[in-house]
Write a protein of this length. Structure first.
Lengths: 257, 251
């Protein structure tokens, strides 16, 4: 009888009123497993017992079935929609002012590649990015470009690029963790690269071709910034001015899970 | 009193050979939570303890309406961390200095005016039919020959990138650019193709994902080339010259 009482006392330390606590005497749910590192091991789902869906190398998504059982079977069908957390969705994230009619001079939306220079890089724009959790994030963007042979920071273009000379335009982004300025390590990391060429004989087009790209990166939680850059490559003998974001651009970022 | 307590416990908590039941005396699994509303709380996965749990993301002071997909690792342990099959992040996924297939030459004697190279390949083993998600950003530079002579004869080239899957016939994720150069002062690149694709892998097994680059020149049917030019223009394309990105996820 004493042994039975001891057993009951042992149970009562962790079980109360229809709720089970493991590591707590005050369970908040039907089964409450307390402790900052404790978790649940369901051996039915491990790589031995569920080898079809859990191959022992890659993680496997968990769903519940019609009986409420946890399962590794696919979650297709009504109610099988998985949550998406969109962090940023900005339809036109660069001011539409590539050559200054709005007085946006010096915004950094124009990158000039002057005579004597073959590669010029400039910051286009920095956007605040709040990350609620450590996450793999997906960045998708489209940036327009406008190319001219005169300085578009000073005003509307008055000349085309030199006929027949091919230049290339390159966009990408960096991440400024905690928005405290880009460190050397952060400067070294480039994501979402996209580049294309431009060449014309006198005439050409004043249209806005799009640079579309995507990037996938892991970030810690915090108030960061995503900083877009433009690069212009041309002959050192020529002047090329590129206005980024002169018309509708887009930027969409989500937690990718 | 002791017996009452024992009874209270055992109305909702049952050890048996079948398993542990919460809210049921007839558990159908080792742990069977029978309540229609009761859930399972694992504090190591909550906002405070788990860095992958974003908590009140929508800012409405309600932690119950922000959800995060749950995974298990190889031991069957719960985790909130998604690890894709492969993500190059900021590193250079494809390095032209070590990949022997990173360049392709198109010769003036080429019969169809097209040449392709397999840049690299990856092997993926799966235990079930699944969907493979692929994203890539692949760079290239265009020259007249392997000595890296800048093109000056003012004839366009088309450069494509895509990938193939072993056992499947079509090209996936194709992206192309036309390159044109004037007679002086042109740059050869770099250019970047960016593309995305979802592919159904139809059965368990091993698959090879191979990335290709292709170049073509002057393949029209009649009329001949401009005076003094061959029908096919000599071209040398070097792929993977920049900081390239590749991402794979199995669904």
């Amino acid at each position: 009888m004493k042994q039975l009482i001891r057993y009951i006392v042992l149970l009562a330390s962790s079980i109360a009123l229809g709720q089970v606590g493991i590591g707590t005497t005050s369970p908040q749910k039907e089964l409450h497993i307390a402790g900052t590192t404790s978790t649940v091991r369901i051996e039915k789902l491990n790589s031995v017992n569920s080898a079809t869906f859990n191959d022992g190398v890659k993680i496997a998504p968990v769903f519940v079935d019609g009986n409420g059982d946890l399962t590794l079977d696919s979650g297709f069908g009504t109610g099988g929609v998985e949550p998406l957390n969109f962090l940023l969705d900005i339809p036109d994230f660069i001011p539409d002012d590539p050559y200054n009619p709005l007085g946006f001079n010096g915004s950094g939306t124009v990158v000039n590649n002057p005579i004597g220079v073959s590669t010029a890089e400039g910051q286009i724009i920095s956007i605040p990015l709040t990350i609620p959790q450590a996450a793999l994030i997906e960045v998708k963007y489209g940036v327009t470009v406008l190319i001219a042979g005169t300085d578009m920071q000073a005003g509307p273009p008055t000349a085309y690029t030199v006929g027949g000379e091919t230049s290339t335009i390159f966009t990408y982004f960096r991440i400024d963790l905690n928005s405290d300025g880009l460190s050397a390590g952060e400067m070294a990391k480039k994501y979402g690269q996209k580049a294309q060429m431009y060449s014309t004989y006198p005439g050409g087009t004043i249209g806005y071709p799009y640079m579309n790209s995507q990037g996938y990166l892991s970030l810690p939680p915090g108030n960061h910034s995503i900083v877009f850059y433009g690069v212009v490559n041309d002959s050192a003998a020529s002047f090329t001015s590129v206005g980024f974001g002169g018309t509708k651009d887009y930027l969409k970022i989500r937690v990718y899970n | 009193m002791k017996y009452f307590y024992v009874l209270l416990l055992f109305t909702s908590f049952v050890f048996s050979q079948t398993g542990v039941g919460v809210g049921t005396t007839n558990p159908q699994q080792k742990l069977h939570i029978a309540s229609p509303t009761g859930s399972l709380r694992v504090e190591s996965l909550n906002e405070t303890n788990n860095v992958f749990n974003g908590g009140d993301v929508d800012g409405d002071l309600d932690l119950t309406n922000n959800t995060f997909p749950l995974y298990v690792d190889d031991k069957g342990d719960f985790t909130l961390e998604l690890v894709p099959l492969y993500n190059s992040e900021d590193s250079d996924a494809l390095d032209n200095t070590v990949l022997p297939g990173s360049s392709v030459s198109l010769l003036t004697t080429d019969t169809d005016g097209k040449a392709e190279t397999q840049i690299t390949s990856y092997t993926i083993a799966i235990n079930r039919p699944t969907i493979l998600e692929v994203k890539y950003n692949l760079s290239f530079d265009v020259y007249e020959d392997s000595a890296k002579t800048i093109i000056t004869e003012r004839v366009a080239r088309r450069v494509s990138t895509y990938f193939k899957i072993s056992g499947l016939t079509r090209r996936y994720g194709p992206a192309s650019k036309c390159y044109y150069s004037g007679s002086v002062n042109s740059v050869p690149g770099s250019m970047f193709n960016a593309s995305t694709c979802y592919i159904i892998l139809p059965a368990a097994g091993s698959y090879t994902v191979s990335f290709f680059g292709e170049v073509s020149s002057n393949t029209k049917g009649s009329g001949g080339p401009p005076t003094g030019l061959a029908n096919v223009q000599s071209t040398y394309v070097e792929f993977a010259t920049g900081n390239d990105s590749i991402f794979f996820r199995l669904h």
